[in-house]
Design a protein around this ligand. Structure first.
Ligand code: NI
Ligand code: MN
Length: 219
């Protein structure tokens, strides 16, 4: 069984019962945070880019949990603290004990001098999960959907910094995703959205609206 645990904003954890993959762990200062950085569990931490609402508490969590941090090399600076890291780059795939992680492009700034923002395709628990990270809509999402059959696409819909529901619905179509989970909205007024707009706009995928603190079994 594969579980999606949503902790608010762009932070979630995928748990296949053995391995816990924590993504973009911004918890301290996150108005939606449903768990503390002191309690959250992780074997791997995936980071999409160095904006504070994504890299967040990653250094502290990595030190406490001994999790392996995955991201582009430019953001792997943990101030001399001993953290296990896997630096990779766009188009690269790493094989892991749970499956694989592929780093894919995102159209967004990196939040740091040098480097780029990214998304991830994650093979875990017999499913393929695509997390777009922070991004604008781009037509090469079609290529991501052509290489892997996307079971769940986790997409930002807040607008202002990322796609809004209109572009996220187009992204779901480009990806040919079977299911869509929106995030990165309602955290602050500037990214307030009605997730029902996404439900109305997505034609072929099933949209799952998961609230901070809620979990969803990924079937
Ligand atoms: Ni960002
Ligand atoms: Mn963001």
């Amino acid at each position: 069984m594969l579980t999606y645990n949503y902790y608010g904003h762009a932070c979630f954890q995928l748990d296949d019962g053995t391995t816990k993959i924590l993504v973009d762990p911004f918890l301290t200062g996150n108005p939606q945070a449903s768990i503390s950085e002191k309690d959250v569990k992780a074997d791997y931490i995936l980071i999409t880019h160095a904006h504070g609402d994504h890299i967040g508490d990653a250094p502290n969590i990595a030190v406490r949990t001994n999790a392996t941090v995955v991201g582009i090399p430019e953001i792997m600076d943990f101030g001399g603290q001993r953290v296990k890291t896997i630096g990779m780059n766009l188009g690269g795939t790493i094989k892991t004990e749970f499956g694989f992680v592929r780093m894919v492009p995102a159209l967004h700034s990196s939040g740091i001098g040098g480097g780029v923002a990214c998304g991830y395709v994650i093979g875990v628990g017999g499913k393929i999960i695509y997390f777009a990270g922070d991004t604008a809509l781009f037509s090469d999402m079609k290529l991501i959907g052509e290489r892997d059959k996307i079971d769940y696409a986790i997409l930002p819909i807040g607008g202002h910094y990322t796609m809004d529901p209109i572009d996220a619905a187009k992204a779901a179509a480009f990806l040919d995703a079977a299911n869509v989970i929106p995030l990165h909205y309602d955290t602050w007024d500037i990214i307030k959205q009605d997730a029902q707009d996404l439900v109305k706009l997505v034609e072929f995928a099933k949209v799952h609206i998961v609230k901070p603190g809620q979990s969803l079994e990924l079937k």
